[in-house]
Design a binder for this molecule. Structure first.
Ligand SMILES: Nc1nc2c(ncn2[C@@H]2O[C@H](COP(=O)(O)OP(=O)(O)O)[C@@H](O)[C@H]2O)c(=O)[nH]1
Ligand SMILES: [Mg+2]
Length: 293
């Protein structure tokens, strides 16, 4: 994974070579991890665990700490369910995308559509962000550019109806994948909650099961703010994971670890640019290796 390369460079530097393992080392490590966007909670947990290991295993030199730190990070990131996008046995797969405006929702949807299309799958985009006319237009531009289908209604239309039509059309046309764009903001939070819940119910009704993924898109450059957003959305809809956008725009990477550690949500996708091909499945091992490269 070429992403996040060198972000933990300072951590790597600190732990490379033959510095003695002492309180000063752990203090510096703690400071660097927080600078890399790990929360205080996650940082404390990591550093406490490393101190413990250092004592028990009588580690003397700093680079022995590095391997333990890497292992801990991978452990946090792999705990719980698998990391790839879930593919159901029965088509169409339905993926809901939620998240506040501007985080990269529509772009991530386009990238995923491009990926499925490249795999020879028939993809249908569902323009259920009906709150802003521009949102429908933006999705349509992507649909045309990528050569995939789109189901849209008028601005202001009922998003539930758009989703219902989309799934019905997908079934009728034997499409493989439906990707649903939803509103990031409404007049009130209660409205948004109602709307997203309704969309969930409509998927149930039209598909006969829940959406295969409900992914929250987060902007990696917003640091701890992303964690706050994730907490809010978890209270609105049952999320199955995170799609992290704009990881090309941050010199840090700790937020990934903190989101997984504090919220238990797996990071499934990582976006690294504005082009259709700038999307990867998130791999904990590759991610941690890249941090220290
Ligand atoms: N550098 C970079 N920009 C991105 C990425 N994903 C989205 N963007 C940009 O972020 C802005 C908002 O994206 P958009 O998909 O419209 O966000 P939405 O409001 O959540 O649907 C646009 O200018 C996108 O081109 C990414 O991974 N990297
Ligand atoms: Mg959008």
């Amino acid at each position: 994974m070429r992403l996040f390369k060198g972000i933990f460079g300072k951590v790597d530097q600190l732990l490379t070579g033959r510095r003695p393992v002492d309180d000063e080392l752990f203090d510096e490590l703690e400071e660097l991890l927080i600078q890399a966007d790990l929360s205080i909670h996650t940082t404390t947990k990591l550093v406490d665990s490393l101190r413990d290991t250092a004592r028990k295993e009588r580690l003397r030199e700093s680079d022995e700490i590095k391997d333990h730190l890497k292992a801990l990070l991978v452990q946090i990131l792999t705990e719980g369910d698998g990391h790839g996008i879930k593919v159901p046995t029965e088509a169409p797969a339905v993926y809901l995308f939620v998240g506040v405006n501007g985080v990269g929702k529509t772009t991530t949807i386009a990238k995923l559509a491009y990926r499925f299309k490249s795999q020879g799958k028939r993809v249908l985009l569902s323009a259920a962000d009906t709150f802003r006319a521009a949102a429908i237009d933006q999705l349509e531009i992507w649909a045309n550019r990528l050569g995939v289908e789109i189901i849209k209604h008028q601005p202001g239309a009922d998003p539930g109806a758009v989703v219902f039509d989309s799934i019905q059309a997908a079934i009728a046309r034997k499409a493989d994948v439906v990707i649903v764009d939803t509103a990031g903001r409404l007049h009130t939070k209660a409205n948004l909650m109602e709307e997203l819940k309704k969309v969930g119910r409509i998927v149930q009704k039209a598909l006969g099961r829940d959406a295969d993924e409900t992914l929250l898109v987060l902007d990696a450059t917003t640091g701890q703010n992303a964690v706050t957003q994730a907490r809010e959305f978890m209270n609105i809809v049952p999320l199955t994971g995170i799609a992290l956008a704009k990881i090309d725009g941050t010199a840090k990477g700790g937020i990934v670890v903190t989101i997984k550690d504090e919220l238990g949500l797996p990071i499934k996708l990582a976006g690294s640019g504005e082009q259709p091909e700038d999307l990867e499945d998130f791999s904990p091992q590759a991610f941690v290796e890249a941090l220290f490269e």
